[in-house]
Design a protein around this ligand. Structure first.
Ligand SMILES: *Cc1c(COP(=O)(O)O)cnc(C)c1O
Length: 239
């Protein structure tokens, strides 16, 4: 095997162990168990060989950002791995991934939800989604406005063949810890309040927030799914 890949595997193994320990610690701090938290590997720019290695070490959730990149890796990925979509999704690309990913985390418009629905109906399936919320993220602007959540949820609950499974946010990249905590708490409150509501087609199973530089803080403030890229695989040169 190429030395380059061996180095990547070793690097991953070290990072993975460290991250699992931190997840365990943060879960306990927030009164939960390690198993209550899902670690999803954000695998953009990561080669299939490395993703397969990660899977063999026990990391069984992955998320891709780009449709093309996902499709180019798809055949080389473990069949049993949970594959999700976490990036900005253009409506015209929905047909390429519906049925191939188990969940689309980044739904931030009714138009996008309708297209996921339409493509799911054509395939005789239903697709799990998360609603992406823009909270304190000035840079990407992806996600619906926090204040529009209730009306968005009402619209989306009427759409067939999609199941809302929770909420996702990118959060404020590079913000101070106190600001992050404030935002994570606000997301957690939205999650918990809506979990109590019991609306048709809506369940609040996943609160997907926290990335490499703040997954521990996110877990301590309610997250039960963290999307970690660079802290597992090393810094990306681009994206
Ligand atoms: C890249 C990415 C992540 C992970 O980012 P890191 O800082 O590398 O951990 C998480 N979520 C989304 C949507 C991403 O695009």
């Amino acid at each position: 095997m190429q030395q380059n890949l061996i180095d990547k595997f070793n690097n991953f193994d070290e990072n993975y162990k460290y991250i699992l320990d931190k997840i365990n610690e943060s879960a306990i701090k927030s009164g939960r168990k390690f198993d209550d938290i899902t670690l999803l590997a954000a695998t953009k720019t990561v080669e299939s060989e490395v993703i397969c290695h990660a899977f063999n070490q026990g990391l069984n959730y992955m998320g891709e950002n780009r449709v093309q990149e996902f499709l180019s890796k798809e055949n080389d990925l473990p069949e049993k791995m949970h594959k999700q979509f976490i990036g900005t999704l253009q409506t015209n690309k929905v047909k390429q991934i519906v049925g191939k990913v188990e969940m689309i985390q980044s739904v931030d418009s009714v138009k996008l939800a309708r297209e996921i629905s339409r493509q799911s109906i054509m395939r005789g399936i239903s697709t799990d989604i998360l609603i992406e919320i823009n909270i304190g993220n000035e840079i990407t602007k992806s996600g619906i406005d926090f204040d529009d959540f209730n009306s968005f949820l009402e619209e989306i609950s009427k759409i067939e063949a999609i199941n809302v499974r929770g909420l996702m946010t990118l959060g404020p990249v590079g913000a101070e810890k106190s600001k992050k905590i404030e935002i994570f708490e606000k997301m957690n409150k939205l999650f918990v309040d809506n979990k109590a509501k019991k609306v048709d087609n809506i369940s609040m199973d996943y609160l997907s927030m926290g990335m490499s530089d703040d997954f521990d803080i996110a877990i301590e403030h309610g997250s039960n799914m963290v999307r970690v890229g660079s802290a597992l695989f090393g810094q990306r040169i681009y994206k």
